[in-house]
Design a protein. Structure first.
Length: 276
């Protein structure tokens, strides 16, 4: 199975199911990221009726937030590979003007020059061919339009993201992160990422470091660890006893993130800026 087929299968299987199941928790956890992105996109959108394309929109939180911020004259379109996530996003939108599309944003034939801004919260790190994907998004953007995206910095800078996978062995086999491969940390190297954007035809590109405080209730830790990331994927379909044993083993690894009944961590990210 090639990389793109793997991504499609994952986001329409355990990966997409995890985000659907934990939607309220994840939306609350990453609200600071959403707030930052929405503000930057609103500043870039300009005009009275902008079109914004939200790439890797998942269950729709950022797309809906953009629609609220930009108002009824804006056209906000969320795009994601995952049918279960888009199904939930559409339910959340109700009869609102927000649009959601099940598609691979790196390949979908968008209307040329139709978008004023490409936005993404953790959604552009999964392309199997990032230059071609960013070129496709550039073609979908009007001349002078913008890209604003938040992506993770390195695993070393984000220990919360890697802690479960590091702690799970020897009870559970968890594959290591592969540098530059499609996944959360694929765009962690800013020089490489900016090179990809420029090679894809974006006229200018910069990456600003941002540190965002995030967290959730301590009582939700088992649900998070047992559902999300490589440990969540490895536990999918395992029996209850195995699941309980692994979670018991992994739980102490998060002690440094516990504070007053909450799990707190800093999301260390890049805010990508690009102009068409």
């Amino acid at each position: 199975m090639d990389a793109q087929a793997e991504q499609t299968a994952a986001w329409n299987g355990t990966g997409g199911d995890a985000w659907v199941r934990l939607q309220p928790l994840l939306d609350a956890t990453y609200a600071p990221v959403e707030e930052l992105l929405v503000g930057r996109v609103a500043a870039a959108a300009g005009g009275s009726s902008p079109t914004v394309l939200d790439v890797g929109c998942g269950t729709g939180a950022t797309t809906l937030a953009l629609a609220r911020r930009l108002g009824p004259s804006a056209r906000c379109v969320g795009v994601d590979l995952s049918e279960p996530m888009i199904e939930l996003a559409r339910r959340r939108a109700g009869d609102g003007a927000v649009e959601f599309l099940v598609a691979d944003a790196g390949r979908h034939p968008f209307a040329p020059g139709g978008a004023d801004v490409i936005a993404s919260r953790f959604g552009v790190m999964f392309f199997d061919d990032p230059v071609a994907a960013f070129a496709n998004l550039r073609a979908a953007t009007r001349p002078g339009g913008a890209l604003r995206a938040v992506v993770w910095r390195t695993p070393r800078e984000n220990p919360f993201m890697t802690r479960a996978g590091e702690a799970a062995p020897p009870l559970l086999e968890v594959p290591p992160w592969v540098p530059d491969a499609p996944g959360p940390f694929a765009l962690a190297d800013p020089d490489r990422t900016l090179g990809l954007l420029r090679a894809a035809g974006w006229a200018t590109a910069t990456a600003d470091p941002v540190d965002l405080p995030c967290g959730f209730a301590e009582r939700d830790l088992d649900d998070y660890v047992g559902t999300m990331g490589p440990v969540g994927r490895a536990l999918a379909g395992r029996d209850a006893a195995t699941r309980a044993q692994v979670l018991e083993h992994v739980r102490p690894a998060f002690d440094e993130f516990r504070s007053e009944g909450e799990i707190r961590f800093t999301a260390k990210c890049w805010l990508l800026w690009a102009q068409a």
